[in-house]
Ligand binder design. Structure first.
Ligand code: SF4
Ligand code: SF4
Ligand code: FES
Length: 366
């Protein structure tokens, strides 16, 4: 298969930058990484990019195709060049380029270090035996544990683009991996640290990190869970936390979002008074009501009942987040192995086929 592509070449030592076209022959099954290998082997040996495992596990081959971050070894080139499209391959964003498609990962690792990416054990629970955690409890941090530190999420993070000090999606997802770990004893310290400036409340919720992550970590969801845990622990001094809390108060009292009161409730009355001129100009143009008199929506009882239901379920903190969070759902409702045998679990309608179990094999052999 003939493949045409363009690659942004760059040399940090000279500052030379050029978009260069290439044309190579590759197999129909080739990945983008295979294609770059052919370019390097047969056309231009000076092309620089990173790779190692070639099987989506080492996180080395992050780069951009047509402006969006991908793992080169996970990207089938036939899909990219379908209908004669000529893709533009470039280095990941938000990290300094060293050469061609190779970026300096130091800023990435500094953020990672800042969240203390290691277990700080609960010494109050130290036992002489292993600290065994149930599978359903570990399932809560399963997604975050899948991170391979590729940086694809960081590449597309628009909060990081405007604030290079923002901790960023990869480091914060790692943070939840430990906040959600039942064995960790530094939950409050972590939530305090992650709630500071450049932390969880500085995320703009653009969801690009969820979209680009090649491993399904969903870093934005992890950040939302951190925010919910922070509020559940009473760590809510950041305007971002106050903003989130006002949405809840506002909806349960009137069923509406009382936007006119959002600024005083989020940033305080002094800040609101300073912005009075701006507020009056909005009112003049009909953007806000001149007199913010709260009025209840016709069906406000539905919003209140919903809130009551959530309260009754006692789903505070990360447990309140159910965006595809089956692990949290199962834990909250006491599912998973709740008294069922393995045979019963695999006999459920639509259950997956029973996996190979050594003890079954042994029983058959004897
Ligand atoms: S959702 Fe937040 S962390 Fe994710 S890319 Fe957007 S700003 Fe960055
Ligand atoms: S969260 Fe996903 S995109 Fe971000 S570094 Fe981890 S694996 Fe890569
Ligand atoms: S080469 Fe390891 S993830 Fe692509």
């Amino acid at each position: 298969m003939k493949v045409e592509l363009k690659i942004w070449r760059y040399d940090a030592s000279t500052g030379d930058r050029a978009l260069k076209p290439y044309e190579v022959d590759v197999s129909d099954e080739a990945t983008l990484l295979d294609t770059l290998d052919v370019v390097k082997d047969k056309v231009d040996g000076t092309l620089a990019y990173r790779k190692s495992c070639r099987m989506m596990i080492c996180g080395s081959c992050g780069m951009r195709v047509d402006g969006g971050a991908v793992l080169a070894c996970k990207t089938r080139i036939a899909d990219v060049v379908a209908d004669g499209h000529v893709p533009v391959v470039s280095a990941m964003g938000n990290l300094p380029i060293v050469k061609d498609l190779v970026v300096d990962m130091d800023p990435f690792w500094q953020k990672m270090q800042a969240v203390k990416p290691y277990l700080e054990p609960r010494l109050d629970r130290a036992t002489e035996k292993e600290n065994i955690v149930t599978q359903e409890r570990m399932d809560v941090i399963h997604k975050e544990s899948l991170c391979i530190n590729c940086g694809c999420c960081v590449s597309e993070c628009n909060s990081m683009e405007s604030d290079p000090d923002f901790l960023g999606p990869a480091a914060l997802a790692k943070g939840f991996r430990f906040v959600g770990d039942a064995r960790d004893g530094a939950t409050v310290e972590r939530l305090e640290r992650y709630s500071e400036a450049h932390g969880i409340w500085d995320c703009t919720r653009c969801y690009f990190c969820n979209e680009r992550c090649p491993k399904g970590v969903d870093p934005r969801d992890a950040i939302a869970k951190l925010g919910a845990e922070a509020i559940a622990h009473g760590i809510d001094r950041d305007p971002g936390a106050k903003h989130a809390k006002w949405f809840v108060t506002s909806s349960q009292t009137t069923g509406w979002l009382r936007e006119e009161e959002l600024i005083p409730k989020t940033n305080g009355y002094v800040s609101a008074i300073k912005q009075l001129k701006f507020g009056l100009s909005l009112a003049k143009h009909g953007k806000v009501r001149p007199l913010p008199i709260p009025h209840a929506a016709k069906d406000v009882s539905e919003a209140r009942n919903l809130r009551k239901l959530v309260r009754e379920q006692d789903r505070g903190g990360a447990l309140g987040h159910v965006q595809g969070e089956h692990a949290l759902e199962r834990l909250a409702h006491g599912h998973a192995l709740g008294g069922e045998t393995l045979e019963e679990i695999y006999a459920r309608p639509n259950a997956a086929p029973i996996p190979w179990l050594p003890e079954v094999e042994e029983a058959v052999a004897t």
